[in-house]
Design a protein around this ligand. Structure first.
Ligand code: COA
Ligand code: AMP
Length: 641
């Protein structure tokens, strides 16, 4: 037998003695009051970590480092190719700005436990606003800018914020996105109204402020009294981050202070292999889990420097943008989604842009958010000549469930696999009856309870939905919603979602939300949205729509309205552009839409007609309709019994 690796030792310890493992990790942080219990299982299956402990996340990520002599070290590097701005903010400067922003929030009545919605672009003020909330013990909820007012309104009504932080605009490759009118529209839809909004005015596009409600960021924050950190319970919520559910209603994933700080601090060192003082760049958006965990919290908790990039992998201005940022800011580790690399590969297949820059300082590329296909893996590996590490996780878990833990042991990579479960996670593949499956057999990917610190303790104000969605299907296990298998070497392979979530460009979208938007059109009788394969964005949504009897309007006009409707109600991020009008939907006799069958037809796979189908002849029509959209490439004969 070979000696156990550092990974084996950590994995076994986290498994056999989680209390010792996680209390040692927690001791690296500053606690205002020690915890009474590391793991509180009294309300199982709802678990809490570090019960009785008090700390402040902002203190641990910023003030602690200033006191320890890191005040002059860059905390944030803001690089915005879309505005031509670069700015370095040291830990000491960040402490001051965050303390003032917290002061401004407090002056508007925000206290511990109050919610603040943040609807902002990739500017340092967004990170400052998040930390200002953490400083006060207020709960932030960041809403991604690519969501439409309707989606923002749903989140406002669920979180009931006292204050909203926003900006006059965001900047996309081809256009300026005025955020303020989107917010105003959301507030006409929402039942809940915030008492105040703080608006960051940007020079490229300024906006009108609503008298009595809106405050200018610059004036309000600059003149505010800095406030100290408020110690909060480890189990208090730090933030709510909404993620798509299988229904139209998003789920408010809750993250607590204590477990989260511990998991962030541990994972950035042991999974991502970072050391204090190094530069980490998560090329994502504040509005996603990657942005929360690995732009905002983990790098600063560990005393690293984080990059806030307001740009895209391509188009700002070209496919060399990532390499420029890596060279210019001495980025050690880059973390992004495979789709970003597919976009770069599409524009610069031979890596000519890459040749213009020196990226030798980069140690590792981490990719997550969607399946890392072997082609993209090999292309990135050959281009960068650095390890490319796939890691698998979800908004709910907040940090990697499976990865090659570079801070412990580097295992040989198997393309297509995010390697092994990270210490703290026990991943089990179960069959329909809940029995564990042997190696190489595909089933439901589950995680044995309790989940480690930093994962969701519940959904916002909805323990019942949390239990129902995640914990009831397989008692004692958390249901990830992904299908997959573990091979004979213990490597995990994730094969995709088994529910109605669609993964578009690394974003998790609900087919239910799009169906709701389509169903609201006056001409629509019935509809279904399925995710079909796309070489750039992994999946794209396609709508199948049945019109009401008697509708005689031109189909092209109706489909254009439907596309616009999803854009207006869900947002541009849905990438919804394809609609087929059909006479009926393919359903089982019990009325369930056969999404998997539609997906297979659209993807050009051979399809066996499900035994439960109500009327098999409908599949011919579906295939023809999908072909008019340029899909369903394979010959029709592929549909067989
Ligand atoms: N605010 C407003 N609109 C936004 C937005 C934001 N923050 N982010 C995206 N959008 C819009 C885009 O402008 C686009 O609008 P369009 O239909 O008018 O073109 C639409 O939403 C779709 O966006 P996206 O799917 O991101 O496509 P894209 O063509 O703009 O960019 C990539 C494609 C691959 C370059 C981009 O998705 C990317 O960089 N992804 C990888 C990184 C990442 O964000 N990962 C997430 C989790 S790690
Ligand atoms: P989100 O909550 O938006 O981060 O989406 C989580 C989902 O994205 C997971 O349940 C997976 O379906 C998918 N996903 C994320 N990372 C990976 C990965 N490395 N490999 C395969 N699928 C992934």
């Amino acid at each position: 037998m070979s000696d156990p690796t550092a990974y084996d030792i950590a994995y076994q310890q986290a498994l056999s003695d989680p209390v010792a493992f996680w209390s040692e990790a927690a001791n690296a942080l500053h606690w205002d009051r020690p915890w009474d219990r590391v793991l509180d299982d009294r309300a199982a299956p709802l678990y809490r970590w570090f019960e009785g402990g008090m700390l402040n996340t902002c203190y641990n990520a910023i003030d602690r480092h200033v006191l320890a002599g890191r005040g002059a070290q860059p905390a944030v590097i803001y690089d915005s190719p879309v505005t031509g701005t670069k700015r370095i903010i040291t830990y000491a400067e960040l402490q001051d700005e965050v303390a003032r922003c917290a002061g401004a929030l407090r002056a508007l009545g925000v206290e511990r436990g109050d919610r603040v919605i943040i609807y902002m672009p990739m500017t340092p003020e967004t990170l400052i606003g998040m930390y200002a909330c953490a400083r006060l013990g207020a709960v932030h909820s960041v809403v991604f800018g690519g969501f439409a007012p309707n989606e923002l309104a749903v989140r406002i009504d669920d979180a009931e914020p006292k204050v909203i932080l926003t900006a006059s605009c965001g900047i996309e490759v081809q256009r300026i996105v005025p955020y303020k009118p989107l917010l105003d529209q959301a507030l006409t839809i929402a039942a809940h109204q915030p008492a105040h909004c703080i608006v960051l005015q940007r020079d490229v596009h300024r906006c009108e402020l609503t008298a009595g409600r809106d405050h200018d960021w610059q004036e309000t924050v600059t003149n505010a009294e800095p406030v100290p950190c408020v110690p909060v319970a480890a189990t208090d919520p730090l933030y709510i981050l909404y993620t798509s559910g299988t229904t139209g209603k998003p789920k408010g994933v809750v993250r607590d202070h204590g477990g989260h700080a511990v998991a962030m601090h541990w994972s950035i060192q042991h999974v991502f292999g970072m050391s204090p003082g190094e530069v980490f760049w998560a090329a994502s958006d504040f509005g996603w889990a990657v942005g929360h965990s690995y732009i905002v919290y983990a790098p600063l908790l560990a005393g690293c420097t984080t990059v806030v990039h307001e740009g895209k992998p391509v188009g700002t201005p070209d496919a060399g943008e990532f390499w420029r940022v890596i060279q210019e800011h001495q980025v050690r580790v880059l973390f992004t989604a495979p789709t970003a690399f597919r976009a770069i590969k599409r524009d610069d297949p031979d890596g000519l842009h890459h040749a213009r820059y020196d990226t030798s300082g980069l140690r590792t590329l981490f990719l997550a958010g969607e399946r890392l296909d072997p082609d993209t893996y090999h292309w990135a590996r050959a281009l960068l000549q650095k390890p490319v590490i796939d890691n698998w996780w979800q908004t709910e878990t907040g940090w990697p469930v499976a990865a090659n833990c570079l801070g412990l042991t580097t295992f040989p990579v198997k393309p297509g696999s995010p390697t092994k479960p990270v210490p703290g996670y026990v991943v089990e593949i179960l069959d329909d009856e809940g029995h564990p499956l042997p190696p190489n057999r595909e089933g439901a990917v589950t995680i044995r309870l309790p989940l480690p610190p930093g994962t969701l303790p519940t959904l916002w104000r909805d323990d019942a939905r949390y239990i129902d969605t995640y914990l009831s299907r397989y008692p004692g296990h958390y249901l990830t919603g992904d299908g997959g298998y573990i091979d004979e070497d213990g490597y995990l392979f994730i094969m995709g979602r088994v529910d109605d979530i669609i993964i578009v460009a690394g974003h998790n979208l609900s087919s239910g939300a799009m169906e709701q938007a389509l169903a609201g059109h006056p001409d629509v009788a019935e509809c279904a949205v399925v995710g079909i394969r796309d070489p750039l964005k992994t999946q794209l949504p396609v709508g199948l729509v049945v019109l009401k009897a008697g509708v005689t309007r031109e189909h092209a006009v109706v489909t254009a309205e439907l596309v616009q409707r999803v854009r207006d109600l869900v947002g541009p991020v849905a990438n919804f552009r394809m609609v087929a009008i059909v006479s009926r939907l393919p359903k089982t006799r019990s009325g369930k839409v056969l999404r998997k069958t539609v997906r297979s037809i659209a993807d050009g796979e051979s399809v066996s007609v499900p035994a439960t189908i109500e009327d098999p002849t409908v599949l011919d029509e579906i295939q023809k309709a999908l072909q008019t959209l340029g899909l369903a490439g394979n010959p029709r004969t592929a549909i067989g019994g």
